[in-house]
Design a protein around this ligand. Structure first.
Ligand code: FPP
Length: 247
């Protein structure tokens, strides 16, 4: 039985989030510049999107560029942005052919204008697709997102359109970039690092975390299947006891 066949379709996570890490180290191992790692990471992006769509995973969020990544050497930031623009425009037709919708979360206005425009065009061209939604986290950080949500909520209180006693989890959810997106049940991080790195801090509250030593450019469909199988073997208790889950 192949790994894919072992996956129980009835227990599939609806939303998988991935921290794609290890491109730089992968490039270094090959004696190449860091950008070579990012370029090779594109194949892993393709494989993950394809595998998620084939399995029927409804949302796949990829952490492609964090707010903190702006502090990297200028040449690396420029090269990454060019790679993003190029990849997004080159892949739009394939996304459409496979009925995949593209969305993005983050401080998108801070992206270079060519990158922003390509992204918006691809989002627009794929907006009616229904099979799987690919969410790119770009210039994203969770604390930035939470601060924005707090500002919007504070303004509503100031305008008397919301009272503090009415604030619930729903209120916070509705003001995050992910307002329309279900919470991830599974978060994967590659490259052996065991951190969340300012990624979806609110949304990952009950997610199962899966860490693999594989560097991102080596990540293939089989690695995604392994992560899903690991997830399916865990007991998700949401604060309850095992006995409560059975009854
Ligand atoms: C982390 O590795 C990776 C990134 C910051 C960028 C990920 C981008 C891509 C795979 C390019 C294409 C993406 C899309 C969505 C089209 P790192 O540089 O932090 O690696 P290191 O920890 O080994 O230095």
């Amino acid at each position: 039985m192949s790994l894919k066949e072992k996956i129980n379709p009835a227990k599939l996570p609806q939303h998988i989030a991935i921290i794609m890490d290890g491109n730089g180290r992968w490039a270094k191992q090959q004696g190449e510049q860091r950008i070579f790692g990012h370029e090779n990471g594109v194949k892993s992006v393709r494989e993950s999107v394809e595998a998620a769509a084939e399995l029927g995973v409804k949302y796949l969020t990829l952490y492609a560029f964090s707010t903190e990544n702006w502090n990297r050497p200028k040449e690396e930031v420029m090269a990454l942005m060019q790679l993003l623009v190029h990849t997004i425009s080159a892949e739009t037709a394939t996304l459409n052919k496979n009925n995949i919708r593209l969305q993005a979360i983050g401080d998108l206005k801070s992206l270079p204008s060519d990158c922003y425009n390509e992204l918006q065009e691809a989002i627009d061209k794929t907006k009616t697709n229904t099979r799987t939604t690919l969410v790119l986290a770009l210039s994203y950080s969770s604390r930035w997102e939470i601060i924005n949500a707090m500002k919007e909520i504070a303004e509503k209180i100031q305008n008397n359109t919301l009272s503090p006693s009415e604030i619930t989890e729903q209120t916070i959810n509705a003001h995050l970039c992910t307002a329309e997106i279900p919470e991830p049940e599974l978060m994967i991080r590659t490259s052996g690092e065991h951190r969340i790195s300012n990624f979806l801090l609110w949304q990952l509250a009950y997610a199962e975390l899966y860490f693999t030593d594989k560097l991102w450019p080596d990540f293939r469909k089989e690695d995604l299947y392994e992560a899903i199988l690991d997830y399916q073997n865990r007991e998700r208790r949401f604060g309850k006891t095992s006995e409560q889950l059975i009854s």
